[in-house]
Design a protein around this ligand. Sequence first.
Ligand code: GNR
Ligand code: NI
Length: 167
Amino acid sequence: MAILKILQYPAEQLHTIAETVPEVTGLTRTLIRDMAETMYNAPGIGLAATQVDVHQRIIVIDVSKTNDNLLVLINPEIIASSGESDYEEGCLSVPGIYGKVGRAESITVKALDANGKPFALDASGVLAVCVQHEMDHLVGKVFVEYWSPLKQSRVQAKLKKRQRSAM
Ligand code: GNR
Ligand code: NI
């Protein structure tokens, strides 16, 4: 097991489009274990492979309070969505920045599990938000990029200021 380094916005690798996983192998499962450990250690409720600089369509999520309900989504696809939600989001790649993003309230997602077996999942609430947030990472999108240019420049300024005071 290993804790992986999480890329920090605005690292340009966060804008990489991940590749479909052609076959779920032992190497895939090792990466998934390391991603889960990294997510629990952070701590966070989700992590996309993009965030650890691996550009494959792999997501881990655990929205349980007890950290005992790991959800693995390989090659996820949203096959239905409905409603609207406006949930306050955060991101392990943009620490200390929080804000709302408009998303679907309920989704049905199909994916492969860690054994390569297809499944479908109906999600709503925070789980649906998290799946959509993670799937955005896989196509190179970070949640702050939904915001207006003005709000994004404030985010950039805040991150730069923090970087300076950390030195
Ligand atoms: O830990 C996380 N919390 C969170 C809260 C609200 C909406 C989305 C998230 S995902 C985030 C972890 C992360 O950055 N995943 O990419
Ligand atoms: Ni994120």
